[in-house]
Every structure is written in structure tokens, then in C-alpha cells.
Design a protein around this ligand. Structure first.
Ligand code: 13P
Length: 255
């Protein structure tokens, strides 16, 4: 069974008190029959406080990044164990902002995925092409390279703890989402890669999220597509009202 997930990536937003207030309000708003997994990814500084108040039967949470080493002289970095010690169960790895603003390589991302899994965190692995790559007809080539590098060290017994988020870079924060057809095409391609590297069962049960300008107004048509198993939401996850609306729309589409 594929797990449906609606996740909010807060990026560099919200102080501790704003984060706690958000989670409390979201929790109150989730008082209905929830059929999907809600996740939030606050900044590191809010993880501990959220861990103390969150009802994990309603909302899971994790960090937006981590380093692959266990501990040591890595100024400014955070380990998987530190995230776990705050109660976090997930970690976003390879977000396009990490790749393109902070220069994270495919190799580093592969090591992070491995380290997250070895420490018992569930990685949400982001992949996606830039606009020039799409225009040059290289979308599949880019996705394939990112996929194989990210999962280089992941054997079949670990893959079920992973989630992939397809986030075309040109759709992130631009207001221009991928069309449902474009999302579907990319998700099918990723599922094909999962089948090739692992097997049909893994591919069939694997959760692939779409991310990039998701909002209440476009999530229904995107989720209607086979193979889109939920969302990684940026901007629209920063307000309880819009995030909750996306959750409700998707939840209502589940039987
Ligand atoms: P937006 O929803 O703001 O486009 O951001 C998407 C994203 O990067 C989620 O990780």
C-alpha cells in the first residue's frame, strides 16, 4: 500500500514560538478522519520544541537537511542522531536549494541518504530538473542521474523507508506548477527507475510526492493523476489555513 503524504517544507521561516503556534493550530484543525500522513519540516531551531508538543499520531516531523558524518569537527552541521534526539523521524535530503544554492553534489546526497537510513531516519529525497535542462530535453537524463546517485548505497531492505519528491526546479517558488501531465510523466519515469533498480513490488508501493508551487487551487488536479502520491509544499505550507486546505482536499479524495 502506497502511503499518501502531505508535507510542509518551511525552509528558512518561523521562529520557535511561531513554529509551536503553527503546530498547535494545525493539530486543532486536524480533528477529522485523517487518512494520510501529514509531515512538517521546520528549521533545526524549532525541532526540539515541536517534538515536545506534537501529537505524532496526527503529525510527523523532521529536518530539512543533515550531514552524513555521525559527529565531529563540522561547524554548522547537524547529524541524524541530533534530529532523532528532538523526536524527528524524517529528513529532507537533496532539496534543490541545497543542490543549487549550497552546492551539494549528487555524491554528498547519496552519502546523506545512506547515513539517514543507517541512523533510522526516513529520507525524503528530492530530485528534479532545472528549466534549461528541461528545455534541452534532458529531464529524464537529470532525474536518472540524481536517482542512481541518491540511492547508490540503498539496498532493497532499506528502500521502503524512503520517499521521493519530484520537484522541478523551475516550479519551485515561481507560482508555475508542473502540469498534471508533466508531473505524471516524471513520476512514471521515477517509478520505472525504482522497478529497474529494485523490483516491481518496491516501485508499486513507493510514495512519490510532487513539489513546486502546490496550492489549494491546483492540488486536486495534480493528485487526480495516478502516480502522484502527495505533495511537498513550500510557500503554501507556511499558513495553517492554506496547508490545512491542501490536506483536506487530498484527504477527501481518498476512500
Ligand atoms: P513552493 O511550494 O514554494 O514552490 O516550494 C516547493 C518546495 O521547494 C518544497 O520543498
Amino acid at each position: 500500500m502506497r502511503q499518501v503524504i502531505v508535507a510542509g517544507n518551511w525552509k528558512m521561516n518561523k521562529t520557535v514560538s511561531e513554529s509551536v503556534e503553527f503546530v498547535k493550530e494545525l493539530q486543532e484543525g486536524l480533528g477529522f478522519d485523517l487518512k494520510l500522513q501529514v509531515l512538517v519540516f521546520p528549521p533545526f531551531t524549532s525541532l526540539y520544541s515541536i517534538g515536545r508538543i506534537v501529537d505524532k499520531s496526527r503529525i510527523g516531523f523532521g529536518a530539512q537537511n543533515m550531514y552524513f558524518e555521525k559527529a565531529g569537527a563540522f561547524t554548522g552541521e547537524i547529524s541524524a542522531d541530533m534530529i532523532k534526539s528532538c523526536g524527528g523521524e524524517y529528513v529532507i535530503v537533496g532539496h534543490s536549494e541545497r543542490r543549487h544554492i549550497f552546492g551539494e553534489s549528487d555524491e554528498v546526497i547519496g552519502r546523506k541518504v545512506k547515513s539517514a537510513l543507517e541512523s533510522g531516519l526516513k529520507p525524503v529525497v528530492c530530485i528534479g530538473e532545472k528549466l534549461d535542462e528541461r528545455e534541452a530535453g534532458k529531464t529524464e537524463q537529470v532525474i536518472e542521474r540524481q536517482f542512481y546517485k541518491a540511492f547508490e548505497y540503498v539496498q532493497e531492505d532499506m528502500i521502503e523507508d524512503c520517499v521521493i519528491a519530484y520537484e522541478p526546479v523551475w516550479a519551485i517558488g515561481t507560482g508555475v506548477n508542473a502540469t498534471p501531465e508533466q508531473a505524471c510523466e516524471a513520476h512514471d519515469f521515477v517509478r520505472g527507475l525504482l522497478e529497474k533498480k529494485y523490483n516491481g513490488g518496491v516501485a508499486e508501493n513507493f510514495t512519490i510526492l510532487y513539489g513546486g508551487s502546490v496550492k489549494p487551487g491546483n492540488c486536486k488536479e495534480l493528485f487526480e493523476k495516478n502516480g502522484v502520491d502527495g505533495f511537498l509544499v513550500g510557500g503554501a505550507s507556511l499558513k495553517v489555513v492554506s496547508f490545512l486546505e491542501i490536506i483536506k482536499i487530498v484527504n477527501n479524495m481518498l476512500v
